[in-house]
Design a protein around this ligand. Structure first.
Ligand code: PMV
Length: 341
């Protein structure tokens, strides 16, 4: 069996010469056709391709410096590896398990300071931007000469969707066929579709109870709808690529919304059900459907969390803002220009 560490062996030099301070930023990304299921768990290899749009300047800044022991700071606070708070200790081990694979036994203790300008673990893909920024910063810290494709393969081993966070704009994560995963990485899609906009309706910024890995494994293992989901998602990626090439906003929006609903329906059919949607999320869907019935080009997508992401065009900014502020006054809304970094 091929070990996940084989990708580190294949892509990194045997010995690192030095360690220096380095910093990196990676944007978060939202999938328009989703990754929900692994064909190989330790390698984070997906059952289907996926396609995302970045969140511009929303993401993770990571700074790495040589230290006398391994330390992790999240948004300025030290994470205690022994913390009784499970999400803290799990974050520490998840980060340093990855860093250990990267260091492969070499003695370079690190102070890693990571700052998210988006809520952590709330279905806003902070692990995607987190692992992408970590990979870029590690590459700088050890003065490595890795291209974005190699960084994308390595970031995927930290969190699947992180392989799409190495670029701004649209990214296609190609599913790949190799057992070692070296061909399963992001590929940026050239596009100058400047008037595409996103909004995030914040329903809950609590960390989710069921991680995306747990949720997807349970869905793959028990949902009778799963085989169809994988086929649908693969076809949706092709449809979205066409919508991007032709800048057909309604085609893009319809496909993205239907893809998200198909993913959540597939989860709901798992035994027991996997469900991240809250009644307030559904209320937002209904507002979107009502506004669309009145002629507004507005669509939504949702991930493994209760927040709802909206897609619209810059020309409709004022109309969308006014309509949402009156219909959804209870919720904070983040307005995102995906092209502004
Ligand atoms: O990369 P993970 O393990 O956090 O999974 C991401 C899963 C979704 O956000 C729901 C879908 C996606 O493609 O980003």
């Amino acid at each position: 069996m091929i070990k996940p560490s084989s990708a580190f062996d294949a892509l990194l030099p045997k010995r690192f010469e030095r360690c220096q301070t380095a910093e990196a930023f990676a944007p978060s990304n939202i999938a328009l056709s989703k990754y929900w299921g692994k064909r190989n768990r330790p390698h984070n290899l997906p059952t289907n391709s996926s396609l995302s749009i970045s969140l511009g300047k929303l993401g993770t800044h990571t700074r790495i410096e040589p230290a006398s022991r391994d330390v992790l700071l999240l948004n300025g606070a030290e994470i205690d590896p022994q913390s009784p708070n499970q999400s803290q200790s799990a974050l520490f081990s998840r980060t340093f398990d990855f860093v250990n694979q990267f260091r492969r036994g070499q003695d370079f203790p690190l102070l890693i300071s990571t700052v998210n300008n988006i809520p952590t673990a709330a279905g806003l893909a902070s692990s995607a931007s987190g692992f992408a920024a970590l990979c870029k910063a590690l590459c700088g810290a050890f003065a490595l000469d890795l291209d974005d494709k190699a960084l994308s393969v390595l970031a995927r081993l930290g969190s699947g969707s992180a392989c799409r966070s190495l670029w701004q704009g649209f990214v296609h994560w190609q599913v790949g066929t190799r057992d070692d995963g070296l061909d399963s990485h992001g590929i940026p899609i050239e596009s100058d579709w400047q008037d595409l906009r996103l909004a995030v309706v914040l329903i809950s910024t609590q960390a989710k109870a069921l991680s995306s890995t747990q949720g997807m494994n349970q869905t793959v293992a028990t949902s009778p709808l799963y085989a169809n989901w994988a086929k649908t998602a693969e076809a949706d990626v092709a449809t979205l690529r066409h919508a991007i090439d032709t800048q057909d906003f309604d085609f893009l929006g319809k496909t993205s919304e239907a893809n998200a609903l198909a993913m959540h329906a597939t989860m709901l059919a798992a035994r027991p059900a996997v469900w991240y949607v809250l009644p307030e999320s559904v209320a937002v869907w209904q507002v979107v459907w009502a506004l669309r019935a009145q002629g507004l080009a507005l669509y939504f997508t949702m991930d493994a969390g209760a927040n709802v992401k909206l897609l619209y065009r810059a020309q409709d900014q004022t109309t969308v803002q006014n309509a949402l502020q009156s219909a959804l006054s209870a919720h904070e809304i983040l307005w995102v220009n995906p092209w502004q970094s």
